[in-house]
Write a new protein. Structure first.
Length: 444
């Protein structure tokens, strides 16, 4: 007999089926035992008499007949709630050891360290699975959005020979007899490839050695990067990113309604175009709303990000907002300054629900201008030679953006910690298992 998936049982009433999955919950009432069997498609109640003992989470096989549940016992909360399986044969494929905690509750209610210490087990919980089903759709939707706009996917290297971008601290690695680094961003590679394919994107792991133990920082991140050429304006980047965000939201709404409902989550509110403010405009608004004078700061603090997002929701009915024109000297060497005021750059952050989701903007494409910036930023030409080589031979006006998959997942689903949005989170205190306790050094 071929295996039947749980959700297919609703079409097989009065038929014999063979199910395989895990014993999700077990209710033993003496002679009669109820087993909720879970597979990749869902959960179904199975009923049998005088069954052998089965421990929760054991991998099992059940053969039996699908029957309709009595009307008063229908469970409308699940897809298979109108049927059950009368067990004829039960086989334990692989028994599970005694559970370290109750996996059969609606919410796990575990402290974060415990949730992560037992990651291989806690990921089996329906709400944990829901988080990563949403994330999988989010990443796939980014890919599909890019493909629909003729972008070509590439995989950037994780090991780089130098650190030309500055910013976050980097991880050093011993590369045979040389010193190398784990990449902070595929930026230089995706810009270089604009000169090859015109439009490119990547889904890459990037690494940030920031000494921070906060609710929104990880040392290994899934970065969704896009870069494209022949821009007419830096605003082309905003239009492409907004298209991408809206496409991702629409796919999540279409494919993850059950997961959103299970997690009590809603997609961010958008009304009309995503609003755009220059940094100094945003800081002026913050000053008028709060009396806090941050008008000379080169960036927004976490508190500022939350405040300007509140303004955006109240005044523009949007939980997302673009902030542009950050000081040029606070950005990497390849940023394109605004000709109207070169002290500010065509750089753009997307904020959502009170936190930064992405960074991007227009890049320099003139070889001589890039060369001057390399010197001005105190870099060595040999460290960016491959990048310079591309622009020496003609690259059109270009720009792009990078979205953080874990942070987007966190704020779409209303999670309390970004580690909950990473299957196997890396931070100062954990590489799968907990490391020696590390004192918190940053709260940003």
């Amino acid at each position: 007999m071929e295996r039947t998936l749980v959700t297919d049982t609703v079409e097989k009433v009065r038929k014999k089926v063979r199910l395989e999955g895990w014993a999700d919950t077990i209710r033993d009432h003496g002679k009669i035992t109820f087993i909720d069997l879970r597979d990749r498609s869902g959960v179904i109640q199975c009923v049998g008499e005088s069954l052998q003992h089965v421990s929760p989470e054991s991998a099992i096989e059940i053969e039996g007949t699908v029957t309709k549940r009595p009307e008063k016992l229908v469970n409308a909360k699940i897809k298979t709630g109108s049927v059950e399986v009368q067990i004829v044969k039960l086989r334990i494929i692989s028994p599970a050891a005694e559970m370290p905690f109750d996996m059969g509750t609606e919410d796990l209610n575990l402290e974060l360290p415990t949730l992560l210490d037992y990651r291989s087990l806690t990921l089996r919980h329906i709400k944990q699975q829901a988080i990563f089903k949403v994330q999988a759709v989010l990443v796939d939707a980014f890919r599909q959005a890019m493909i629909k706009k003729d972008f070509v996917e590439f995989q950037a290297p994780s090991i780089i020979s130098s650190v030309p971008e500055g910013g976050a601290e980097v991880f050093k690695v011993k590369y045979f007899e040389q010193e190398a680094y784990l990449s902070q961003s595929p930026q230089l590679y995706k810009s270089l490839l604009v000169g090859v394919f015109e439009r490119v994107f990547s889904v890459n792991q990037i690494f940030r050695a920031e000494p921070s133990v906060t609710t929104r920082h990880l040392t290994e991140i899934t970065s969704l990067d896009a870069e494209f050429g022949f821009l007419d304006s830096w605003k082309d980047v905003l239009e492409m990113e907004e298209y991408t965000i809206r496409y991702m939201f629409s796919e999540i709404a279409k494919k993850c309604s059950d997961e959103l409902s299970l997690l009590g989550a809603t997609l961010p509110k958008l009304s009309g175009k995503i609003p755009v403010l220059k940094l100094r405009e945003a800081q002026e608004i913050i000053y008028k709303r709060t009396g806090k004078d941050v008008r000379k700061e080169k960036d927004l603090s976490p508190e500022d990000e939350r405040e300007i997002c509140k303004w955006s929701l109240e005044e523009k009915e949007s939980e997302l907002i673009f902030i542009s024109h950050f000081p040029t000297n606070s950005k990497p060497f390849y940023v394109h300054p605004d000709p109207a005021d070169p002290t500010y750059a065509f750089s753009v952050d997307l904020l959502g629900r009170g936190v930064e989701w992405s960074s991007g903007g227009q890049r320099l494409n003139n070889y001589q201008d890039i060369l001057k910036n390399v010197e001005k930023w105190g870099l060595k030409e040999k460290d960016v030679e491959l990048y310079l080589q591309s622009f020496r031979y003609g690259v059109p006006p270009l720009g792009g953006f990078a979205l953080g998959a874990e942070r987007m997942t966190m704020y779409i689903l209303g999670l309390k910690n970004v580690r909950e949005a990473s299957l196997f989170p890396r931070d100062m205190e954990r590489i799968d298992t907990r490391l020696s306790p590390v004192k918190e050094k940053s709260s940003k």
